[in-house]
Design a protein around this ligand. Structure first.
Ligand SMILES: CC(=O)SCCNC(=O)CCNC(=O)[C@H](O)C(C)(C)COP(=O)(O)OP(=O)(O)OC[C@H]1O[C@@H](n2cnc3c(N)ncnc32)[C@H](O)[C@@H]1OP(=O)(O)O
Ligand SMILES: CC(=O)C(=O)O
Length: 506
């Protein structure tokens, strides 16, 4: 079993994602979560960046976390001083090593860069910092010069070396050869890969096969441009694809020849947490943690999964804390449909099942996907069931504009009693949902997991399709409403989901 250390740079390289700027408390919350799942080193930021960044790093270093806390530093003393001010354990001391960077960016010679780097490394070591000496654009650097910088750094006491594939130029084969060469320096070796060609994870794995003992990554693969190597993808690949058992079967989860301290079952919740705090939503087909990673629509797949999940799932969703779903759309088969109806406790005759099946297929042909509430409404219709809705929307009024705080007042009929509530929010939709939540808070604790808006037609008079995913306890439901008014559509979608959730728990 080979021990691999994980340096998570969600709070440094991840925060360099265009559009992300985290507050001090958000950085602390992310650091705490990343620490909880067992990451060994947290690159908490770049202390020189700003006073807010230093405040965040200081709060992280004083939070009593288990992980080593690092700051990024350029090869200049002011950056090391800023890191020292934040009381970090280590610096990720970055030195550009390619001639391209040395000549055009730093406007220096190799010799100048070498002496500046070693002086800064010594300065950091003299101040009791652990030094991970890191070569920027290492993969486009002259190997002899790269090794020279590393050897001199090791000679003055740098504890670790790191080679960065800064613009994602490696292939898995080149990565193996490149890190193999650096592993001859017999010093703990880190790999830092970017995803410009979609190969960051593959290249990171290649490096570890070659002898790297630490990898840099970010949650969800966020980072500069196309991002960094994704924590969750590397962890699960190390565990599962490099498992001892060559004839992999679903029971083999956890039999890796590599060992990390990361708790695999927390990967999905960590991904959701980071996505929520950074505001970077994941593509649905993102490996391991995307919403479709364990979702099956096509009938042949759903049938296979129901019979034996390993047919179309390389790992179980529970392994990473995710959930399996069968999606209702154009490609469904009868067994997938029956599975979902069974889950909702809906019993049908074979004729009724066929009728529901045909209706879902024809909605699929019209380009629609069918939410949980849609499916239940179709089934109710076929089974001629009439359900009384516990909560009905009577009125919603919004005040919004460029000079007022968006405010909503709402009148609901709940079991024939009128309930009036008001709420304010970030925008008018938020205000309306805040008011609804207050109105139902006595008997329903609902979390809005997802909210999607689509405009079905082109202009400002478009039909608006709102799909929500709601959670109550461990029950999840999706619901939709299509109307010309975005507020009405949002409130109606929300209430139809809540009504169904309440029926399920009662
Ligand atoms: C590949 C990576 O992810 S690298 C990390 C990127 N992260 C960041 O840039 C952190 C956020 N950055 C910042 O807040 C600012 O850029 C600061 C505070 C670091 C510097 O700000 P400024 O002093 O205004 O400089 P500016 O950003 O315009 O230029 C960068 C300077 O650093 C120098 N530099 C860049 N990398 C290094 C390095 N590793 N070692 C030493 N000097 C470096 C550049 O040559 C340039 O120097 P110059 O002013 O003499 O031309
Ligand atoms: C240091 C760093 O983030 C890089 O070279 O990509």
């Amino acid at each position: 079993m080979k021990k691999i250390r994980v340096l998570d740079t969600t709070l440094r390289d991840g925060e360099q994602t265009p559009g992300i700027s985290l507050t001090v408390s958000e950085k602390l919350r992310i650091a705490t979560k990343i620490d909880e799942i067992g990451v060994n080193i947290i690159e908490a930021g770049s202390a020189i960046t700003s006073s807010g960044e230093r405040e965040a790093i200081k709060q992280i270093t004083s939070a009593g976390l288990n992980a080593e806390i690092a700051s990024f530093a350029r090869a200049v003393k002011v950056d090391v001083d800023a890191a020292l001010e934040c009381d970090v354990d280590s610096v990720h001391l970055v030195v550009p090593t390619s001639d391209l960077h040395i000549e055009y960016k730093l406007k220096k010679t190799r010799e100048e860069v070498l002496s500046q780097s070693i002086e800064t490394a010594e300065y950091a070591l003299d101040h009791d910092l652990i030094v991970e000496l890191s070569a920027e654009d290492a993969t486009r650097s002259d190997m002899d010069f790269l090794k020279k910088i590393f050897i001199e750094g090791i000679n003055v006491g740098a504890q670790r070396i790191c080679a960065c594939d800064t613009v994602g130029m490696l292939t898995p084969e080149r990565s193996y050869d490149f890190y193999k060469e650096l592993s001859t320096l017999n010093t703990p070796l880190s790999v830092h890969c970017h995803n410009d060609f979609g190969l960051a994870v593959a290249n990171t794995l290649g490096a570890m096969r070659a002898g790297a003992t630490e990898f840099h990554c970010t949650v969800n693969g966020i980072g500069e441009r196309a991002g960094n190597a994704a924590l969750e993808e590397i962890i699960v690949s190390l565990d599962t694809l490099y498992g001892k058992n060559q004839n992999y079967s679903i029971e083999d989860n956890g039999s890796s020849i590599y060992q990390t301290d990361v708790n695999i079952q927390e990967l999905y919740s960590t991904s959701k947490f980071v996505s929520r705090l950074t505001g970077v939503y994941l593509q649905p087909n993102k490996a391991i943690v995307g919403e479709n990673a364990f979702a099956h629509e096509s009938g042949i797949h759903a049938d296979g999964v129901i019979k034996n999940a390993a047919t179309y799932e390389p790992i179980t969703p529970e392994f990473v804390g995710h959930k399996r779903k069968f999606i209702m759309g154009k490609h469904i088969g009868i067994k997938g449909l029956k599975n979902n109806l069974d889950e909702f406790g809906i019993k049908t005759t074979p004729e009724q099942l066929t009728e529901i099946f045909d209706k879902v297929k024809s909605l699929g042909d019209m380009g629609k996907c069918v939410t949980d509430v849609d499916l239940q409404a179709i089934a109710d219709n076929v089974l001629e069931l009439k359900r009384e809705q516990k909560i009905k929307l009577e009125e919603v009024t919004i005040v919004s504009g460029n000079k007022v705080i968006p405010t909503a007042s709402i009148k609901l009929k709940i079991d024939d009693k009128d309930v009036l509530e008001a709420g304010v929010g970030i925008g008018p939709v938020d205000a309306a949902i805040v008011a609804v939540k207050k109105g139902i808070s006595e008997f329903a604790d609902i979390e809005l997991e997802e909210y999607h808006v689509d405009s079905i037609t082109g202009g400002t008079d478009a039909l608006i399709d709102v799909i929500v995913k709601l959670k109550m306890g461990d029950k999840l439901i999706s619901a939709r409403s299509t109307q010309t008014d975005i507020i009405n559509a949002s409130v109606e979608a929300y209430l139809s989901g809540v009504n169904r959730l309440l029926e399920e728990v009662n």
